[in-house]
Design a protein around this ligand. Structure first.
Ligand SMILES: *[C@@H]1O[C@H](CO)[C@@H](O)[C@H](O)[C@H]1NC(C)=O
Ligand SMILES: *[C@@H]1O[C@H](CO)[C@@H](O)[C@H](O)[C@H]1NC(C)=O
Ligand SMILES: *[C@@H]1O[C@H](CO)[C@@H](O)[C@H](O)[C@H]1NC(C)=O
Ligand SMILES: *[C@@H]1O[C@H](CO)[C@@H](O)[C@H](O)[C@H]1NC(C)=O
Length: 408
């Protein structure tokens, strides 16, 4: 009797604490939603941003001529037409010191006309202008001041120039935690009333996927990319771990594109662009768009692959199977479609690649039509339960699977 009583009391305590926990979790979720609404409700980034950025090709060697010519080239090559709208200036655009009133000053030698004039020029071409600063005392190049402690002034400056996008870096931060540095700038940008895309460049140090959605429209999940296969593929891997956190308005960012910079083969650049596209990563071209090889332009302007990146469902693809050097990445698209990438990371191993519906999350026995966006062809064969294909080393094949009625 006594024992039974104790037992039921214990049971009640357990049930009670479970329900308290549920209430707590629910109210925390509500609070988080509120915070998000308060701090970052700019309505931007409903699909991943697309554009160009100066860093991967030019590093600090930039000036207003290069930025203007890049804008011209986005238009003349047709890249702007397929979605690349942001022209983003990276580090090294400002004078070494602030002016006497504490404002950032465009570099007088390399940006003699100022950033406002550049914004007007870029806007006149139907494009948007992005700029760069740092949540620290100086930027990564140390050539210009960072915004720490000057968030309100700098946000107002950017808004008054007509800036549309801010990449906010993480160097020289005095060992202050991101949470002590990043919210201030987001608040300051919001208070200007100008919609400015917020790109948090915290390098993934403190897992920004877990908190970035309240402060930014995208957050870097990795250190800087380099123009090599190893660098590219390892950033793809690191970014994949956070797939569940990506969604319209807030995206994981494995860093900008190296396509066209010369360090990888065409097959490898197709892998790079394919994984970035299905990962719903920002598509920020990083080559010299004024002088692109044909295959570079062909990769960057593939409308079918871009449409996968820009799909309104906004779900980041994940690795669904790994066997040795062979991987299958997949994710849902709107219209009950599924995108699959069969990736061969090997240079010398042999594995057959078979994508099973079970791995892809497609109901068994479903018949699908398979389209290859890189080849612009729909395969004649209807696939049921699995799709098998051969893939060269360091290359991939992408398929978009659409269910079809079996009788038809
Ligand atoms: C920008 O750099 C290019 C190439 O180095 C040079 O030809 C051009 O005159 C420079 N323009 C300005 C405004 O510094
Ligand atoms: C690049 O493409 C253009 C237009 O399609 C073509 O005229 C030119 O011959 C191509 N160049 C090379 C090197 O393939
Ligand atoms: C080929 O495979 C062997 C054994 O798996 C590996 O040690 C070697 O690095 C591979 N070579 C290349 C070029 O990938
Ligand atoms: C992966 O690439 C290697 C090297 O080119 C090749 O031997 C192998 O057959 C490929 N694997 C698949 C599954 O196609």
């Amino acid at each position: 009797m006594e024992k039974k009583h104790t037992l039921s009391v214990m049971l009640m305590v357990v049930l009670l604490s479970i329900s308290i926990h549920c209430i707590r979790t629910e109210s925390r979720t509500l609070m988080e939603a509120d915070t998000r609404r308060n701090l970052l409700a700019n309505g931007l980034g409903m699909t991943p941003p697309m554009g160009w950025n100066s860093w991967n090709h030019f590093f600090c060697q930039i000036n207003e001529t290069i930025i203007k010519e890049a804008a011209d080239a986005l238009v003349s090559t047709g890249l702007s037409e397929v979605g690349y709208k942001y022209v983003n200036i990276d580090d090294c655009w400002a004078e070494y010191d602030r002016d006497a009133e504490g404002y950032l000053v465009p570099n007088k030698v390399t940006f003699p006309s100022g950033i406002k004039a550049l914004a007007d020029y870029v806007h006149s071409k139907g494009l948007k202008l992005g700029i760069y600063s740092d949540a620290g005392y100086r930027t990564c190049s140390t050539q210009m001041p960072g915004s720490l402690g000057y968030e309100q002034k700098d946000a107002q400056t950017f808004a008054s120039w007509g800036i549309d996008y801010l990449k906010y870096d993480n160097c020289n931060n005095g060992d202050l935690k991101p949470m002590e540095r990043y919210p201030e700038m987001t608040r300051a940008l919001m208070s200007t009333g100008r919609p400015i895309f917020v790109s948090l460049c915290e390098w993934g140090d403190m897992h920004p996927a877990l908190w970035g959605d309240r402060l930014g429209n995208s957050w870097r999940t990795t250190n800087d990319i380099q123009d090599t296969w190893e660098s590219m593929i390892s950033r793809a891997d690191q970014n994949e771990a956070y797939a569940v956190y990506a969604r319209p308005g807030g995206w994981n960012d494995p860093d900008m594109l190296e396509v066209g910079n010369g360090g990888m083969t065409t097959d490898e650049y197709i892998v790079h662009f394919s994984i970035w596209a299905i990962s719903k990563a920002p598509l920020l071209v990083g080559c010299d768009v004024r002088k692109m090889a044909n295959d570079t332009l062909t990769i960057l302007s593939n409308k079918e692959v871009i449409a996968i990146n820009q799909d309104p469902l906004g779900v980041q693809a994940k690795k669904v199977r790994m066997e040795g050097d062979v991987e299958i990445w997949a994710g849902p698209l709107s219209g009950y479609r599924t995108v699959v990438v069969l990736l061969n990371r090997s240079l010398n191993n042999t594995y057959p690649i078979t994508a099973e519906w079970d791995d892809l999350g497609i109901p068994p026995k479903t018949a699908v039509e398979a389209r290859e966006p890189w080849k612009h062809v729909t395969l004649e064969k209807i696939f049921v339960n699995k799709l098998r294909a051969k893939v060269r080393g360091h290359s991939c094949r992408m398929f978009v699977l659409t269910p079809v009625s079996q009788s038809g």
